[in-house]
Design a protein around this ligand. Structure first.
Ligand code: FAD
Length: 324
């Protein structure tokens, strides 16, 4: 029988997050001949999520349905996934480096008494080794890690390893595993979400981020328009959040979210090291700033020196022309 690799699917508002599909692709890189087993946990019907995992490359899926899994808790999900691991005895595990992944993976690794390489952005496969590349020092350098054990357990950074093409012709077995969940000390009574609209910032392919240069909450409106025209999400520097121009949930950087979109447009952001820590691995960076000496231009692929309030409406106009 071929080796089994477990991919832990993560849902948000009932739908799987893209990073779950990227994790399947990562598992295929680890061993293209392995049997990829997806896992989804929750309290609702998990059939549609299980099917999505199969469409994106999982060979089969184990679902775990339990009232204790209605909302994420590390105790509940930890027990559920450990039950799947004990049942399936996989040879490795892949999951997303998300808030849940960051919480759950070290707990699982310690229970399994195995190592963990977190925040992987690239996997290097050679005849002799399997190496995992991950950013360090706030993205200023990369390190390469190799497992000394033969049980790779990794979390992957969203938006770095492309998922496979969705193929609805793919089929696979879906099996529900019954488990007992005990000793839950954390009970989630209510989840209050900040009102966020549109594309999820940490998974967006395009991010339009505003800084203190945007000058007000009103000034962010054209950034939302630009993001919408590009099918992207709005982010912000801490300077903009501190000034109350936008919510802290939009903050990108060392103490905010880490994003790696295909296109990052930094608008009125100076490019402080703490901001760069959250976005410097973006594939293409465009900076708009009236100060030609602004540090952001040092990492930008394209720079526009000028007043953002003149440039953004022109960009929106041109993009909308192309879209028509
Ligand atoms: P500023 O530095 O004030 O830059 C505003 C820019 O807008 C300037 O470059 C200016 O030229 C330009 N501008 C002004 N008007 C216009 C205009 N009309 N048109 C075009 N350009 C214009 N910061 C983060 O972003 N994320 C973090 O996670 C983070 N974590 C931190 C953690 C610690 C421990 C510390 C100490 C700091 C942290 N910071 C973080 C703060 C960081 O050091 C900077 O203060 C912050 O990033 C600055 O935000 P800014 O670039 O929006 O503002």
């Amino acid at each position: 029988m071929s080796e089994k690799l477990l991919v832990i699917g993560e849902t948000k508002d009932g739908a799987l997050r893209n990073v779950s599909f990227e994790a399947i692709a990562a598992a295929k890189i680890l061993n293209e001949n392995a049997e990829i087993i997806g896992v989804v946990c929750g309290n609702d019907d998990l059939e549609s999520q299980a099917l999505e995992l199969i469409y994106y490359g999982a060979d089969r899926v184990v679902t775990v349905k339990h009232s204790a899994l209605k909302a994420y808790t590390s105790e509940g999900f930890g027990q559920a996934i450990l039950a799947v691991i004990n049942d399936e005895s996989p040879a490795g595990i892949v999951m997303g480096h998300t808030s849940i992944g960051k919480d759950l993976s070290p707990k699982l690794a310690s229970k399994l008494d195995t190592g963990l390489v977190s925040d992987v952005t690239e996997i290097e496969v050679t005849e002799n080794h399997l190496a995992f590349i991950r950013p360090i020092y706030s993205g200023k350098a990369f390190e390469k890690k190799i497992f000394t054990s033969d049980f790779p357990f990794i979390t992957i950074r969203p938006n770095n390893i492309p998922s496979m093409k969705r193929d609805t012709a793919r089929t696979g077995n879906i099996r529900e595993l019954d488990i007992e969940v005990t000793d839950i000390r954390t009970i989630v009574t209510n989840v209050i979400r900040k009102a966020t609209e549109g594309v999820d910032l940490s998974e967006a392919k395009v991010v339009v981020a505003g800084g203190r240069g945007v000058k007000s909450a009103e000034g962010f409106k054209p950034l939302y328009e630009l993001a919408e025209a590009l099918g992207g999400a709005v982010g912000a520097s801490r300077g903009a959040c501190d000034a109350d121009y936008c919510d802290y949930s939009l903050q990108i950087g060392q103490t905010g979210k880490v994003v790696t979109p295909d296109l990052y447009i930094a608008v009125g952001i100076s490019g402080a090291i703490q901001h760069l820590a959250g976005m410097s691995n973006s594939k293409v960076i465009v900076a708009i700033n009236k100060d030609p000496e602004a540090n952001i231009f040092n990492i930008a692929d394209y720079g526009i020196v000028g007043d953002l309030f003149e440039i953004i409406p022109l960009l929106i106009e041109e993009i909308n022309k192309v879209k028509v």
